[in-house]
Design a binder for this molecule. Sequence first.
Ligand SMILES: Cc1ncc(COP(=O)(O)O)c(C=O)c1O
Length: 270
Amino acid sequence: MKLWVNGGLHDADAARVSVLDHGLTVGDGVFETLKAVDGRPFAMEPHLDRLTRSARGLGLPDPDLDEVRRACAAVLEANPMPLGRLRVTYTGGLSPLGSDRGDAGPTLVVALGETSRRPDSTAVITVPWTRNERSALAGLKTTSYAENVVALAKAHERGASEALFANTVGQLCEGTGSNVFVVLDGQLHTPPLASGCLAGITRALTVEWTGAQETELPMDVLERADEIFLTSTLRDVQAVHRVDGRELPGAPGPVTAKAMRIFAERAAQM
Ligand SMILES: Cc1ncc(COP(=O)(O)O)c(C=O)c1O
């Protein structure tokens, strides 16, 4: 496996960043996960736009997107695989101990891992911890993801693959690494960005292609929605067949199945 660190390709075993990198010591970094099918990254430009937005949100210098594109191409070419998780990480770089960032300049890492296609449906849980829609980090894809680590581990403990959060005012927000859609009276809804959720690339494409509405939704909508699905880079559109103790027999239901079909068709044309 070869990956890109600060300007060049290296064997994964030999690739090095400082142990005092601010990404490691305090989670001062941003990232993107892209899907690569047969070596072709999906929706590269929206991911690069979001990387820049996240970096600006942390006060990091804008990433050199030409270098990121070159790094992605080099890593994909060096590691051929049918379905890959391409991970771009951009951090505050070598810094003093503590929360002040140093001036050594940012760290860029691009790595690739092989993955397999997700099942068409999955189980989710809700967790009591909240997304803070007023956080300085709201809407940014930062490497400060330990809350997601804890919630996802809880989901796995309970036989589910994702955990859904409410925000601080009890509205449905998002999963640890996915956005959420619900069907009410035949109509598709997803929480607005003001809920504090990440502006998912898959979410945006799904809204555009299905006409889903952005609606503030109370958390208990999960107890009565006719259908529920998740969206993310590696899930695409994935039906939910159980939420906590509630079964949704027959998932994917008709609206979800249609969204899955439209997404697959339109994505294949990109
Ligand atoms: C917190 C969070 N919400 C939503 C998503 C879905 O975003 P995307 O569709 O761009 O993968 C992600 C990405 O994995 C995420 O980390």
